[in-house]
Design a protein around this ligand. Sequence first.
Ligand code: HEM
Length: 482
Amino acid sequence: MGRFDRVYAWFDDRLGLSKAQTFLGKAFPAEDSYLLGEVAAFCFLLLVLTGIFLGFFFEPSTTEVTYEGSVAEYQGEEMPEAFVSVLNITYDVPFGMFIRRLHHWAAHLFIASIGLHMLRVFFTGAYRNPREINWLVGTALASLAMAAAYTGYALPFDEFASTAASIGYNIATSIPLLGDPIGQIVFGGDFPSTATVPRLFFLHVLVIPLLIAGLLGLHFVILIRQKHTEAPRDEDVTGREHVDRDDDSVVIGLPMVPNQAAVSAAVFFLTLAVLSLLAGFLPVHNIAEYGPTDPASTPSLVMPDWFLMWGYGFLKLTPAWMSFDLFGVHVSSEFVGGLLLPGLVFVSVAVWPFIDYESEPTHFGADPLERPVPTAVGIAGVVFVMLASIAGMDVIVADLVGSTTAVIRPYLTAILIIGPILAGLTTYAVLGGFGNDEQAGGRATDNDGGDRSDARSDAIDTPDETSPVADKDGKQPEDPDE
Ligand code: HEM
């Protein structure tokens, strides 16, 4: 035994390295759409890193200070310290503008990739037994990502940010019974109080990122424990040996090290490259143009970013008469549009795996074209969110059609109700749902056959660098996860 082998054997004896090696050989599906989750994870990492940089220069305070930076028009003016510090980051701190833009674009890509990842999981039915828990964890992650973005863009306390924060404050305080304490805790009391920016800052840089990091850890632990689903296999899939199309006791894919690790590294650098390009060439939220907050005025066109637009749409479309009293408790239309309806959307998403319930473990992703009901529901959901987002831009729509928001809102409401139903029915019809009931269950039943989740726990062989591997569980050493 050579010296290296002896050292290795010593460590192996104490740390069980051969088990780790087995773990490192776990198979990852060689499917591009499975990389969307990785893009989201890398965006989170970049958000944390760029956020740390910004944290060194941002001042979470609304105390008025004299501006002495390099933007000529504000020279010598008294302005909130938070606003002044973001101006400094943008125009005076070396690399500040680039990092601020990188942080901004990473936030957008984070939410976009979460949305697409969620759609991939939804349309392939990857949320079904045994992955319902990870779907729930994912739904919580999606809502936290939006909360992170919201608390972030209130921070510079420019004219736009303070308007957004005041809308959030009004919605929060509209919560029946709990509104006032929540307004006190989250926004520091009557808006705008001097505590508003420090509270939102605390949520943005500590509470929400920690929750996201914790849930992300749980997401990955569950994923490693349960394994990925696999895309339906082609007839001729082979690794070292032929694997049956329907044999879900075997995982086919690239071993985590070195193949998948190399793919992930490429995904990371591509994500970084795309974000750097965006940050280099596309300006973000120009606070110098918006100017510091001015309690006496409201910007003419207030609109949230695209990912919150659907919630804003609900707020716009909920008519004032929807305020009512229930058992002596006042429920305002602001609460209905701003929290109840968006909350119902999240609850519907969360409970979906229990509606499209599968009693047996299902380890193959489904073909969406073979599942008319879930696919139709998914398309209806996407259309619903898109139409709600258009309703959030009602000012622009009214401008386009030469009318007023008051006139077009009833039409937008009707379209919001009818559009998704039509889209869902059309999808269902196109997929043969009306004519061919057998298809409606789809592949869900193709992969039944008892509890095979344990059988799949060993995807470990490390084959040659290029071909997909097929790992038979029966031939593997004991499961490193046990
Ligand atoms: C911070 C946000 C998120 C990150 C970073 C993330 C990351 C990942 C990664 C890397 C995977 C494995 C590869 C893949 O399937 O793409 C995965 C799987 C999964 N994710 Fe997420 N995810 C996030 C949010 C969500 C959301 C919003 C949902 C759904 C509501 C969700 C549900 C799932 C499920 C069910 C799986 C297992 C899929 C399978 O085995 O095919 N995730 N996630």
